[in-house]
Design a protein. Structure first.
Length: 299
C-alpha cells in the first residue's frame, strides 16, 4: 500500500493510504541494478524457505514423529494428485518436487502482502512536492516481472524436460512436423490426398509455437492480475473503512492466494506431462480412452 501526505494548518503531516501502483518501487541499487521491494520480498521468502528446508532435512528420522508424519502424509496426497494428472507414478515423482516448490513459493508471495506492515512500512520520499512512503517489502507475485519470470521458467523448463524424456527430435516435430512432410513425399503416389493434409498438419505444428507463448502470457497475467487486484481491493477498503470491514476481504484474499498457487502448480504438472509425450502417445491414449468409454463418445 502506498501512503501520500497532506500538510495541515498546524504544520503536521498526515499520511493517507493510496491504491498501490502496478510498477514496483526501487529500494536501493547494487551498481546499476535496481533492487525493488518485490525482489527484496521474494529473496526474503526464498531465504525463509531454504532455511525451513534445511531444518526439515536435518530433522528427518527413520522412525518419523508426528510432525514428520504430517508432512509425509501431505506429500503423499500431492503425489497421488499428480498421478491423476500424469497417469504415471514414475513421472509424477519427477515432476512433483518442482510443482510443490513452486506452489509454496507462490503461496508465500501471495500471502506476504497480507502481513501487517508489509506495504505500509517504508522510507519517506518527496516527489513533485508530495511525500510518499515507498514500502520496503511487496509480494513478488504482485509484480508482473516476477510472474513473467516464473512463467518463462515453467514453459522453457517443460520443453527441456521433454527433450530429456522423449528426445530433441520428437520435441522439434511438435513444432516443425518434418515427419508428416517426409511421409507425404514417400506416400504421395499411394495417397495423393497427403499433398493437402500434410501442409495443414505442418501448419498446426507452427501453431504450437504460438501456444507456448500463450502459456507464458496465461500463467503470468492470471497470477499477477488476481494478486494485484487483491492488493488494490484491500487498499481501497482500508482507505474507506480502517476497521472491521476489510477483515472479510482479507479472508477472501487468503482463499484466492491458495487457489492461485494451486492453479499455477497444477498447470506446471500439466505442461511438463504434455512435454513428455509425443503426438503418437497422445493419439494412442485418446484411442484407448475411446475404447474404454464408448458410451461417452456416443453421447
Amino acid at each position: 500500500m502506498t501512503l501520500t501526505s497532506t500538510q495541515t494548518n498546524t504544520g503536521h503531516i498526515t499520511l493517507t493510504p493510496e491504491v498501490p501502483g502496478v510498477s514496483p518501487e526501487t529500494i536501493f541499487k547494487i551498481g546499476s541494478f535496481p533492487v525493488t521491494n518485490s525482489i527484496l520480498g521474494s529473496f526474503i521468502i526464498m531465504l525463509v524457505l531454504v532455511s525451513i528446508g534445511i531444518a526439515v532435512r536435518t530433522s528427518i528420522k527413520e522412525i518419523p514423529g508426528k510432525f514428520q508424519s504430517f508432512f509425509e502424509m501431505i506429500i503423499e496426497q500431492i503425489s497421488d494428485l499428480c498421478d491423476q494428472i500424469t497417469g504415471d507414478h514414475k513421472l509424477s515423482r519427477t515432476i512433483a518436487p518442482l510443482a510443490i516448490t513452486l506452489f509454496i513459493f507462490v503461496l508465500f508471495n501471495n500471502y506476504l502482502g497480507l502481513i501487517p506492515g508489509v506495504g505500509s512500512i517504508g522510507m519517506l520520499s518527496l516527489h513533485n512536492g508530495v511525500y510518499t512512503i515507498v514500502p520496503y517489502l511487496r509480494g513478488g507475485t504482485a509484480d508482473v516481472n516476477t510472474t513473467l519470470a516464473l512463467s518463462i521458467f515453467v514453459v522453457i523448463g517443460a520443453n527441456i524436460f521433454g527433450i530429456i524424456s522423449i528426445g530433441a527430435w520428437n520435441v522439434l516435430n511438435k513444432y516443425l512436423n518434418f515427419k508428416v512432410m517426409a511421409k507425404m513425399v514417400k506416400n504421395i503416389r499411394k495417397e495423393p490426398t497427403q499433398i493437402l493434409i500434410a501442409p495443414i498438419t505442418f501448419f498446426v505444428g507452427l501453431l504450437e509455437i504460438i501456444g507456448e507463448i500463450a502459456k507464458i502470457a496465461s500463467l503470468s497475467f492470471r497470477l499477477f492480475g488476481n494478486v494485484f487486484a487483491g492488493e488494490v481491493l484491500l487498499a481501497s477498503m482500508s482507505a474507506l473503512f480502517a476497521f472491521a470491514l476489510p477483515v472479510p476481504f482479507i479472508f477472501l484474499e487468503v482463499l484466492v492466494g491458495a487457489v492461485q498457487a494451486f492453479i499455477f502448480a497444477t498447470l506446471t504438472v500439466v505442461y511438463f506431462t504434455l512435454a513428455a509425450q509425443t503426438h503418437d502417445d497422445h493419439d494412442e491414449s485418446h484411442a484407448t480412452h475411446e475404447a474404454e468409454h464408448p458410451a461417452e463418445i456416443e453421447a
